[in-house]
Design a protein around this ligand. Structure first.
Ligand SMILES: Cc1ncc(COP(=O)(O)O)c(C=O)c1O
Length: 479
């Protein structure tokens, strides 16, 4: 059976079991709306911190703010006393307004002058991307009369290994590692402006080998920096610690095989208008790779970090990365986004209508658009949950396509069929699980005047009941 049953955290299960509550929220806020339970962040943070402790590594967590716009989430991060990574002027303003001070803020990504100016004024750490940025920091450091040097990390890319062949995708972020000496020259010339605390990378991959190679490359640069008279103490390995969204491994594997077979045989009965997610068929043989996120994964979150730290580097007498870091008194910075928001939120949309297409497929029209749930072309291979107040519903043997509320042919919530127990009907609610990391609001828009989902914050009180807040008004320090 073509199914991608979501894993559901106990606390979230309790909330969605209360159907009347979900429908009341829908009546109050309209469709779509998003629910966040900030307290669920705490266990995610603790599990990363435990891994630092078990490996004797001094570590700092910088939550990557970009993966959710919620201010309630930012405040919950602050309550946990962790740091934060911002990638724009707007994000910097957000986190400062939520109570973060400069010593806990790091700026990554491309930066305009206004972002740099406000960052300098708040004495944040700059994760530097290019020479022009270094120039701009020098310029405004002088103009603003900033006292003391600014903490910087140098972001690097294009790592290599003598032992393992990797296909290096060219990255647009950071300096190629071959430029490192030139960057040090520049920083050396402005020692009054820059306090070089270390180096960093963030790889757009969940491939562990690529991360290990990057770490090995970076460790070797510490000696170079010491030789040049710097006193670096930080290695920042970015984010990308993966997440598991799916309940059952066997079901995931079987459903993916079913999808491939459906495409290979040319039936294309499971996808909308012949979508193949990167696969193609030539002479009855399937080519290419299924271009989707691994929604089922076992080595995720803190386990992925632990596996990295436990990896032995042959270049360093087969010592574990954790040992090399602690012996050399190198602090490890990580920038997790998605993995800190595991089990923290879900999206809800109302069914506007159902209808048949020319091929006899059932289409379920939701009062939401694709960008209320998904990022660009990414397809979420996690089934939603149907919440209905009606009885005697029709059994869903054929699957349905969920379509959005924009006047656009491509506004498909999913480009694949979804098989639920029963066919959704008008006014039912459809709940999309574990969406707080990116899916919830990364691409949100008011296209065609359609609303942006309202965020509802739930916080558990002493009596075990959840109290509701708006995103702006939730403040865990008041609790
Ligand atoms: C520089 C940087 N750090 C951290 C992250 C967070 O990655 P993830 O949410 O996969 O942990 C990103 C995501 O794009 C990023 O660009």
């Amino acid at each position: 059976m073509f199914k991608f049953t979501p894993k559901v955290h106990n606390s979230i299960e309790n909330v969605i079991e209360d159907k009347d509550f979900l429908f009341d929220l829908g009546d109050c806020y309209g469709s779509p709306y998003n629910v966040l339970i900030p307290e669920n962040i705490d266990e995610n943070i603790k599990s990363f911190q435990d891994v630092f402790k078990q490996n004797n590594v001094v570590g700092k967590i910088f939550y990557a703010h970009k993966c959710n716009k919620s201010k309630a989430i930012i405040k919950q991060m602050l309550k946990n006393n962790i740091c934060i990574d911002v990638a724009s002027l707007g994000e910097l303003i957000d986190v400062v307004s939520c109570g973060f001070c400069g010593d806990k803020i790091e700026a990554t990504g491309p930066k305009n002058d206004d972002f740099i100016i406000l960052g300098l004024q708040h004495k944040i750490t700059f994760n530097v991307d290019n020479f022009s940025e270094l120039d701009t920091i020098v310029k405004y450091h002088k103009k603003l009369g900033i006292k003391g040097a600014v903490k910087i990390l140098i972001r690097l890319n294009n790592f290599h290994s003598d032992e393992t062949k990797i296909i290096n995708k060219v990255s647009r972020f950071g300096f190629p590692i071959s430029e490192f000496e030139n960057v040090l020259d520049f920083v050396s010339e402005h020692r009054d402006v820059f306090n070089l605390i270390g180096i960093s990378f963030h790889l757009d991959t969940v491939n562990m080998i690529e991360k290990i190679i990057a770490i090995e490359n970076c460790i070797s640069l510490f000696e170079v920096m010491f030789d040049r008279g710097f006193e670096p103490y930080v290695l920042d390995i970015g984010g990308g610690f993966k997440l598991n969204y799916i309940e059952d491994k066997a079901q995931w594997n079987e459903s993916i095989s079913e999808l491939k077979e459906d495409i290979a045989t040319g039936k294309n009965s499971l996808t909308w208008n012949g979508k193949t997610f990167g696969l193609s068929v030539k002479n009855n043989i399937l080519h290419g790779t299924l271009n989707i996120y691994n929604y089922y994964d076992e080595l995720v979150k803190e386990k992925f970090l632990d596996a990295i730290l436990q990896t032995k580097l042959s270049k360093y007498q087969n010592r574990k990365i954790a040992e090399i870091l602690s012996e050399n008194m190198i602090e490890l910075y990580i920038e997790p986004g998605r993995s800190l928001l595991d089990n923290v939120g879900f999206n809800v949309a109302k069914v506007n209508f159902t209808k048949m297409d020319a091929k006899g497929n059932t289409l379920v029209g939701l009062d939401m658009k694709r960008s209320d749930l998904l990022i660009g072309e990414q397809e979420m291979f996690v089934d939603p949950i149907l919440v209905s107040q009606k009885e005697n519903q029709k059994k869903d043997d054929c699957g349905v396509f969920f379509i959005g509320n924009l006047c656009m042919e491509n506004d498909m919530i999913f480009n694949r069929k979804v098989f639920l127990e029963t066919v959704p009907q008008k006014d039912d609610l459809i709940v999309f699980m574990n969406t707080a990391g990116y899916f919830m609001d990364f691409d949100q828009s008011t296209t065609l005047g359609q609303k942006v989902a309202t965020k509802v914050i739930l916080s558990k009180k002493g009596n075990g009941k959840y109290k509701q807040y708006t995103d702006e008004n939730f403040n865990p320090f008041k609790e």
